[in-house]
Design a protein around this ligand. Structure first.
Ligand SMILES: Nc1ncnc2c1ncn2[C@@H]1O[C@H](COP(=O)(O)OP(=O)(O)OP(=O)(O)O)[C@@H](O)[C@H]1O
Ligand SMILES: O=c1ccn([C@@H]2O[C@H](COP(=O)(O)O)[C@@H](O)[C@H]2O)c(=O)[nH]1
Length: 236
């Protein structure tokens, strides 16, 4: 028995760097692919969005003098690079997946549509949604909430490098306390920054619960899918 039949898994681009300063850590990539394989074998339908912060972010580009829109487009292309890497790592361990892109760029990936996404999931293949929303001024968190809502996922799993939502950023404030559960409204009231507000609002308005958990610990994804209480559940 699994707690969820269809999920949207958001993977952090930054976490994909492992201990490196930039780019893709092959070991981390392989571990992510293995965790995904474990839950695919449990029959879960899996849609994935992966960030691009290990390669490029539009905002840091703009800070260095780039045009913001060009910078965001570079960021979206960074998510395509990560998506192709994951696609290849999954294929290497016998898991079929398809890269669907929010910006037309065949033959790199097929242009996204909801129908194609559902068809892929129902065939038992992993759907990797890349290039975020396809628009500048957004993030892959918003891309995840959008795709999660579109594919009618039961939950959005935000797999990151911290083990849940805290009273403050745990990477900056060691005294921060973790929540087991928190409401969307509480996230606003407390000004918590684990996800951008556009993404949080879309999930709230469309009834898509979120679980934030540490994806860097092997076996954690399976634990979440099995209904174990790890991470933080965001609910209405
Ligand atoms: N209240 C909070 N609770 C938990 N984490 C928080 C909080 N505030 C800020 N964070 C930060 O949010 C980060 C998780 O966000 P996320 O996984 O989107 O990382 P990212 O670096 O933005 O990745 P990406 O490359 O996908 O953009 C954590 O590493 C943590 O430092
Ligand atoms: O819909 C989107 C999604 C992303 N971007 C740009 O890509 C980078 C990388 O995504 P992260 O979510 O930060 O990992 C982001 O900083 C944006 O510059 C976008 O423009 N639109």
């Amino acid at each position: 028995m699994t707690a969820y039949k269809r999920i949207l898994l958001k993977l952090s681009g930054e976490s994909l760097m492992g201990d490196q300063e930039y780019g893709i850590d092959q070991q981390r990539l392989k571990e992510y692919a293995e965790q995904i394989k474990e839950i695919a074998e449990m029959g879960v339908q899996i849609g994935i969005v992966i960030g691009g912060g290990n390669i490029f972010r539009g905002l840091s580009g703009a800070a260095n003098g780039f045009d913001r829109v060009k910078g965001d487009q570079m960021g979206m292309l960074a998510t395509v690079i990560n998506s192709l890497a994951l696609n290849s790592a999954l294929s290497a361990i016998g898991v079929k997946s398809k890269v669907l892109t929010a910006i037309r760029m065949e033959p790199v990936g097929e242009f996204y549509s909801k129908d194609k996404a559902i068809e892929t999931l129902e065939k038992g293949e992993v759907a990797i949604f890349s290039a975020g929303t396809g628009n500048p001024y957004f993030t892959t968190d918003t891309g995840s909430s959008l795709r999660g809502i579109e594919i009618e996922a039961d939950v959005m799993l935000k797999g990151t490098r911290v083990d849940g939502i805290y009273t403050a950023d745990p990477e900056k404030d060691p005294s921060a306390k973790r929540f087991d559960k928190i409401s969307f409204d509480d996230i606003y009231h407390r000004g918590l920054k684990v996800m951008d507000l556009t993404a949080t609002t879309m999930c709230k308005e469309n009834n898509l619960p979120i679980v934030v958990f540490n994806m860097d610990i092997k076996g954690n994804l399976k634990k979440v899918i099995s209904g174990e209480d790890i991470g933080t559940l965001v609910h209405r």
